[in-house]
Design a protein around this ligand. Sequence first.
Ligand code: SF4
Length: 356
Amino acid sequence: MIRRKTREITLGSLKIGGHNDVVIQSMTSTKTHDIESTLAQIDRLTKTGCEAIRVAVPAKEDAEALKDIIDYSPVPIIADIHFVPSMAFLSMEAGVHGIRINPGNINKKEIVRDIVLEAKNKNVCVRLGVNSGSLEKSLLEKYGYPTPEALAESALNWSSFFESLGFYNFKVSIKGSDVLQNIKANEIFAQKTDIPLHIGITEAGMGTQGMVKSSVGLGVLLYKGIGDTVRVSLTDEPEKEVEAAYEILKSLGLKKRGIDVISCPTCGRIEVNLPKVVKEVQEALKDMDLPIKVAIMGCAVNAIGEASHADVGLACMKGGALLFKDGKILKKVSEENMVSELLETIEKHYHKEVEV
Ligand code: SF4
């Protein structure tokens, strides 16, 4: 896959754009001034692999909590600013690595200028957000409604303004009201500039709907090489967003993490409670990071052939499973031992190789 060539920018210790990997972001859902809860969530997020974390800063008490949060967080912290520009200055004063602003909801251009100049002074990364709800009046009059062209034009105009101030350490996010509008607006913008893009499908929703909308929207853009940072927005615990982002990036070959566990869809030949076995294996392997594929198949009839591309796996059968490696059966294992036997095989055959 050929990724769009973007300029490299800096967010704290992270490099974004250029030849760097796509960065996974999420946002805390706690009250930022509740430092203990916010730090606990940051801890869970970073353990899941989150690489940059945004926190909401709607009020002074939230800005005042930032210093402790920044001191503790192992990943860069981005302050999310809406409507109250003074929070941008307080956040930068507190030492945030990045801020997210939507110039469309800061009603004076001079204030946007002052925020950008302060970010330039303090080497703070800015995410310039444009969305369909806060598009400039002139563009609404020109296009009639927030079309993808209007959104891209707004983002390009604000980008030019940032650059006219000698500021280049920023990325852009363009949020349309639906998946297609999002894709189109990002594509138009991407064709015209090398500014890095943060992509995400905003308000994607819950459960299956949220996952599917995000996977389709992000998947299409990433496949076209567009996207330097991503957030999967879900109405769920933020850790789920990070897990989903990894799955999307892994499926496109853009990120490697953990062990790839595959399982069959099951059919009338099934002899075990496969979801239970898969969950146990996933749980047991969740902290291992190896470039291997583990297959858990519901029966022994077609399993080894179907899973021949897997490195190691179980083909379940009544009362146990066949443990196989590289398409060859190693042994028959009992139901109660099959997960532990699989883990031992992985340890024995792969862990050493990786540690060497
Ligand atoms: S592995 Fe067996 S149970 Fe699973 S889908 Fe294939 S034939 Fe059906």
